[in-house]
Design a binder for this molecule. Structure first.
Ligand SMILES: [Fe+2]
Length: 242
């Protein structure tokens, strides 16, 4: 799979899990939607990381790790570059999430070493959704884990990497996740992406399709992409299946 497709799909599943976590954590409906939208683009900065590094099967050396860790700041820069001057709440959340989803509750994360509630709440929630999806996905350096193993792994990092309340919420939703949650999550996330129109997709596609696309984004022009029709079909099917 193309790396940018993988980043999209991971973002969609992360968005779905984020919305589920928000529901358990009593986050209001509007905020929950903003935070799910923010989750769509949390890893957008990975488009600036060399493919060979992201797809490396073995452990990363120090220089490679630095390249990967830059994706938080690079992602925020990408989002800022396309934000309108009167950017709304969802853009603010998207920036906070892109910047802070690798911060740790105990202050040992990156890029800033923020601790506890200094980390925006949306990022504390997306951090859990992000890791659950990453663990249950196959990567060049690891096979896909089962959901139970992923939840156990997150639970072991309760209070160190993750906010305790958010881990508790994950344990609640994990009891009722359907076996095909990843497919459902992806369909739901794709629908959300399409509903957002330019907001989430174009920031990614600008770099997939070259400078002319970037210019179109700058002028607020909707972009068509060869897989758009296919994406519309998938979204319609996702909507049908609820
Ligand atoms: Fe990330």
């Amino acid at each position: 799979m193309d790396m940018s497709d993988e980043i999209h799909q991971h973002g969609r599943r992360t968005a779905w899990l984020t919305a589920r976590l928000c529901a358990v954590l009593d986050v209001g409906a509007n905020q929950s939607r903003d935070w799910a939208v923010a989750a769509l683009t949390h890893d957008i900065g990975k488009l600036d990381v060399p493919h060979a590094v992201l797809a490396k099967p073995g452990p990363l050396d120090a220089a490679e790790r630095m390249l990967v860790e830059r994706h938080c700041v690079d992602g925020a820069r990408r989002l800022l570059a396309r934000a309108s001057p009167d950017s709304d709440e969802s853009t603010t959340a998207a920036l906070a999430v892109a910047l802070s989803h690798h911060e740790w509750w105990n202050g040992c994360g990156y890029p800033f070493g923020l601790r506890g509630i200094a980390i925006p709440r949306c990022a504390r929630i997306v951090a859990i959704a992000d890791v659950v999806d990453a663990l249950t996905s196959a990567r060049a350096y690891k096979p896909a884990w089962g959901l139970r193993a992923a939840v156990e792994d997150v639970s072991m990092r309760r209070g160190s990497q993750f906010e305790p309340e958010c881990v508790d919420a994950l344990e609640v939703i994990a009891r009722t996740l359907p076996a095909d949650w990843r497919a459902k999550a992806q369909g739901w996330g794709l629908q959300l992406t399409l509903e957002m129109g330019l907001a989430a997709r174009v920031a990614v596609r600008a770099d997939r399709t070259g400078p002319s696309a970037a210019a179109a984004v700058a002028h607020g022009t909707a972009l068509r992409h060869p897989d758009e029709a296919k994406a519309d079909d998938v979204a319609r099917n996702a909507q049908k299946s609820g």
